[in-house]
Design a protein around this ligand. Sequence first.
Ligand code: IPE
Ligand code: IPE
Ligand code: MG
Length: 238
Amino acid sequence: MSEENKNCRHVAIIMDGNGRWAKAQGKPRTAGHLAGADNVRTIAIAASNLGVEYLTLYAFSTENWKRSADEVNYIMKLPSFFFGKYMKEFIDRGFRMHMLGELDRLPAETRKVLDDAVEQSKQNTGLNLSIAINYGSQREILLAAKHYAEDVAEGKASLDLSEEQFESYLMTAGMPNVDLLIRTSGELRISNYLLWQIAYAELEFVPEAWPEFTPEVLARCIDQFNNRDRRFGGIKDE
Ligand code: IPE
Ligand code: IPE
Ligand code: MG
């Protein structure tokens, strides 16, 4: 890891703007999702080269089911295309895949492709690449609370719960909290993403749509992160 980037371990990105990017080029929204999927590879490689240890990408939210069946069906087929094209390379690069979200609600074929990607890369020790799919942070926290309550009822957990122990019930269990959250395409909102994990994240909102978010823009965001003064509620030494 580069010395300058020793503090930016976990980058999360809300990959927004695929539809508008496609429309601006006179193409259907699905063309934006296809270009967006290809850009996941480009940015994962760039993040790994920049010393990022965890890259967590928002691909499909629990709210995105509201979209047309055509668009949802297209997005659900993308993992097969994406991992078919890039999985071998990811293995060679040492990437370890993780999924965040309720995968059991996805079409069976989509789920299989995602499970296989996790399984095939589980020995890898390079970039931890997490894809949030059918993910919603409120749902994640609710499920964690339910799971914890069950453990208490079964005598497996005590009522004395720390923040760290609660984190072990989240879908991001075992990962450090987010250092830098980036949202593309100019929207200034969080859209139900990693609400617990971004408690002290630095935020960057960039105008580029996801398909045009380049390694240079990522490097700029990380530079800005490294120039910020993270106080975590304390006071900077004079
Ligand atoms: C992000 O791009 C991808 C998903 C949410 C699945 P959008 O599809 O939201 O693109 P815009 O925001 O409509 O341009
Ligand atoms: C957030 O983008 C979800 C993903 C990028 C997967 P949306 O486009 O769904 O968010 P809103 O609707 O603008 O808040
Ligand atoms: Mg959007």
